[in-house]
Design a protein around this ligand. Structure first.
Ligand SMILES: Nc1ncnc2c1ncn2[C@@H]1O[C@H](COP(=O)(O)OP(=O)(O)OP(=O)(O)O)[C@@H](O)[C@H]1O
Ligand SMILES: [Mg+2]
Length: 293
């Protein structure tokens, strides 16, 4: 590690703006978001439904592009990165987890976790890398408590187990930041608490930087810092989690809130074998131009 990396924020947003346009209708969602995230920090983002939390997470993770402002990763601007670099960042620098897991249904837990490595590898190199990749994927699945479910397909896993597999997949490339959008929003209280404990442990024991959107205020309180998104900006005031309800209130988590559309085409079981064609690429792993062949 270079010396300055200890003090440079891992992720920084400056005056980030985003307006969605649909025909003549413009929805101004982010009006100048400032946010600085330290390395090793576990940050929660709360806010009313529609306040722009998912939008912000997508902009931070280069899943979408801002209309103005800057996003820096380890001091380097990434908001203006070209498609190829954004693909690479999503594959390697960011890990993503979502409310609805977004596992590929035809693949086992182990194969799902391997997917980002498979995508990052050239087709000719994969047969040589596969054994090491499988070792790493197994170790990660064991780390998240899923060592006994390696061959299970998503439909053969519980919600909490699917989220564990998604966490292992998000971590397989050794990301600098984990971006989590309501990771317990679809789980019952116990399973949600288990996922919260796992994230806390990954943060404390592995130094993983986590930015987590949540409607669960107890879960938010258990993190290092909480910011609230309101009126298109980040409210940094210490009363964010005061007893007063947020304007507009917090809504029930099961709103189908993820607007990120992922490619859900069934991928063949053979996709991770030698010389196979690439699977349907969810954009979160770094699709499109990545890898350079
Ligand atoms: N692709 C889009 N086109 C147009 N408007 C959009 C688009 N995506 C989101 N919006 C609008 O932007 C606003 C912010 O959406 P976003 O999904 O970021 O909210 P959120 O805070 O994550 O809400 P929730 O808690 O319900 O998940 C909403 O009013 C939403 O309707
Ligand atoms: Mg959302």
């Amino acid at each position: 590690m270079i010396a300055e990396s200890a003090t440079t924020p891992v992720l920084e947003a400056r005056q980030v703006r985003k307006t969605y346009r649909r025909g003549a209708i413009a929805t101004e969602v982010l009006k100048g978001v400032d946010l600085t995230v330290a390395r090793g920090e576990f940050l929660s983002v709360v806010g009313a439904s529609g306040s722009g939390k998912s939008t912000l997470l997508h902009l931070l993770g280069t899943l979408d592009q801002a209309d103005g402002g800057e996003v820096r990763l380890d001091g380097e601007r990434i908001d203006n990165a070209g498609a190829r670099r954004r693909d690479r960042l999503r594959n390697q620098a960011f890990g993503f987890i979502f409310q609805f897991y977004h596992l590929l249904p035809e693949l086992s837990a182990l194969e799902n976790v391997l997917t980002p490595l498979y995508i990052a590898s050239s087709a000719w190199a994969w047969p040589f890398r596969r054994a090491d990749a499988v070792r790493r994927a197994r170790a990660l699945l064991e780390r998240v408590g899923l060592g006994h479910r390696l061959d299970h397909k998503p439909r053969e896993l519980s919600g909490g187990e699917m989220q564990r597999a998604a966490i292992a997949r998000a971590l397989i490339s050794g990301p600098r930041v984990l971006l989590a959008d309501e990771p317990t929003g679809n789980l019952d209280e116990d399973a949600g608490a288990e996922i919260a404990r796992l994230l806390r442990a990954l943060n404390a024991e592995e130094g993983l930087t986590i930015i987590m959107v949540t409607h669960n205020l107890d879960m938010a309180r258990s993190t290092d810092r909480v910011v609230r998104l309101t009126h298109g900006r980040v409210d940094l005031s210490p009363t964010v989690l005061g007893n007063r309800p947020a304007p507009g209130g917090y809504h029930s988590p099961n709103d189908g809130g993820d607007r990120l559309s992922l490619d859900r085409r069934p991928a063949s079981m053979a996709v991770l074998g030698a010389g196979a064609s690439p699977p349907a690429h969810p954009e979160v792993f770094g699709v499109g131009h990545f890898p350079q062949r």
